[in-house]
Design a protein around this ligand. Structure first.
Ligand code: ADP
Ligand code: ZN
Ligand code: MG
Length: 494
């Protein structure tokens, strides 16, 4: 648990709750048939009278959106009550032509869930208050200059969102980042969100307060908005914790307010005093019926759920004998886990346990390094899972050494050729001709009389030096398991 250090004797405990909005990957908008994807559309081309807020129109509920929210709620261990309803959240803003958003106030689709986090080896359980539906607003495009003006684009208006509200159970900035990362992983596994924070598909508001350690009541919180990366979530919260400690330690008070994160300056800035639920004049949406959610519906959605990251990670430990750490890293991204499993399945190794471990090492090591260097996704890897399996087969059969394997992988990755083709083309192979190897061993013995002398004088470690010399002369092509016996045979007893 994070403890905020202070200069005075008071030790503060940090309390954080996150409100995350995620855009749902539905085909159409929440209450009309306009396409939900606005990323590359010309402004105001995905609009109709419903999402533009014309009078007299009627909304129709997008069932796919409800399914996705329900699936998310189940993945977050929430209860799904039999009944939920929609409410109007009223406020005036130029990107909101209706003057209200349709949301869910006191009867959300789901409540009372939790998410499990691994925080530096400790399991932490963060409560999920609720997951509910909310429709998105339009966007304002500001044009600066002498005659500055603002344009309204309604392509995003009415796009389905879900809001995932956590309990104030998070105890530090790093924990908040881990929560966001875990949440994103789950949403992407489910296929309900693209998870692209940088594109605004996942938006986080952080509620932060501190209290003297041991105190029961919570301190006054501030809410931070505008964080568009995991890193800025952690940085913004860290900054805000420091600011609050400073205010309280110097005898000041924290005001409940909304603050914005200024990424460039690395500070949070006061934006406005917080609005309360009363300010929104919530009331039941009169144009939509409440939804009665049958247990059959819930079970149908539950049956469609894919294996989730925690379960997959556990299975990787059991099935492949991986460490919890490796399994956790491989399953942090579904595409990476899929790649790994395909590579293990494609190999021809007899020693399946060793192969599973080797495939994990190569995927998380050299392959990931190459991907990172090129800012590539695992799905964009130029070495397919079959290619990685082929590489491991080449190493296991002794055709190439592990060290040569790194070179082969790099060349295969750069060219898109298979590892076998690279080995063939480049003439990379281990020296398995014992005659040639013997000649080099003789040379090394003749050229290093001091080391040979040391060996006979009882310094057996000098054998390692001689092995190293042989490897060097063969430019790594010799098989270490052949070099040592050959050397020892020639040197005789120490
Ligand atoms: P509000 O009514 O001010 O919007 P809510 O009770 O709806 O507050 O909670 C909004 C979010 O703030 C939730 O994620 C909740 O966990 C979190 N939260 C509530 N109280 C605190 C607090 N004192 N410190 C930090 N986070 C809090
Ligand atoms: Zn529309
Ligand atoms: Mg609230």
């Amino acid at each position: 648990m994070a403890t905020a250090p202070t200069s005075t004797s008071v030790e503060y405990e940090v309390v954080i709750g996150l409100e995350v909005h995620s855009q749902l990957l539905t085909t159409s908008k929440m209450f009309c048939r306009c396409p939900a994807d606005y990323a590359n559309a010309e402004p105001n081309t995905h609009i109709c009278p419903v999402c533009s807020g014309y009078p007299g129109v009627l909304p129709v509920i997008n069932e796919q959106a409800i399914d996705y929210i329900m699936m998310t709620a189940l993945a977050l261990n929430c209860e799904i009550p039999d009944f939920c309803k929609f409410d109007r959240k009223n406020y005036g803003y130029p990107d909101l032509p209706k003057g209200y958003q349709i949301s869910q106030y006191d009867r959300p689709i789901s409540r009372n869930g939790y998410i499990l986090l691994d925080v530096n080896g400790e399991e932490r359980r963060i409560g999920i208050t609720r997951v509910h539906m909310e429709e998105d607003t339009g966007r304002l495009v500001h044009r600066e200059g002498k005659n500055s003006y603002t344009l309204v684009d309604l392509n995003r208006a009415g796009v389905p969102l879900m809001e995932i509200v956590s309990e104030p159970d998070i105890r530090g900035a790093e924990e908040a980042r881990l929560y966001m990362e875990k949440l994103r992983t789950i949403l992407v596994y489910l296929g309900v969100s693209s998870g692209k924070m940088e594109e605004g598909a996942l938006r986080c508001d952080a509620n932060v307060s501190i209290r003297p350690r041991g105190q029961q009541e919570f301190g006054v919180k501030t809410e931070i908005k505008n964080m568009n990366s995991f890193r800025s979530v952690e940085r913004a919260i860290s900054y805000e914790i420091g600011r609050q400690i400073e205010v309280l330690s110097s005898g000041g008070v924290i005001h409940q307010e909304t603050r914005g994160w200024d990424e460039d300056r690395g500070v949070t800035v006061s934006q406005r005093s917080k609005e309360y639920a009363d300010d929104y004049r919530y009331f039941p949406e009169p144009d939509l019926p409440p939804l009665v959610i049958s247990r059959e519906w819930v079970e149908r959605i539950r049956a469609q759920m894919p294996e989730l990251p925690d379960a997959k990670s556990k299975r990787f430990v059991e099935q492949y004998g991986l460490s919890a750490r490796d399994a956790g890293q491989l399953t942090a991204e579904k595409a990476l886990a899929d790649y790994y499993e395909a590579a293990v399945a494609a190999g021809t190794s007899a020693d399946t346990a060793a192969r599973a471990k080797a495939a994990a090492n190569w995927t998380l090591g050299d392959l990931r390094r190459l991907l990172n260097a090129g800012s590539l996704d695992i799905t964009e890897s130029r070495v397919a899972p079959q290619g990685l399996a082929e590489l491991l087969d080449l190493i296991e059969s002794g055709k190439i050494s592990g060290k040569q394997g790194k070179e082969v992988l790099e060349k295969a990755f750069a060219s898109g050729d298979t590892p076998a083709a690279v080995v063939e083309r480049e003439g990379i192979a281990q020296m398995s001709d014992s005659g040639e190897l013997e000649r080099i061993v003789d040379e090394v013995i003749a050229d290093n009389p001091k080391a040979v002398e040391d060996y006979h004088a009882g310094k057996t470690a000098s054998v390692q030096f001689l092995v190293g010399q042989v490897m060097k002369r063969t430019r790594g092509r010799a098989r270490p398991d052949m070099v040592s016996p050959l050397l020892l045979g020639k040197l005789g007893a120490p």
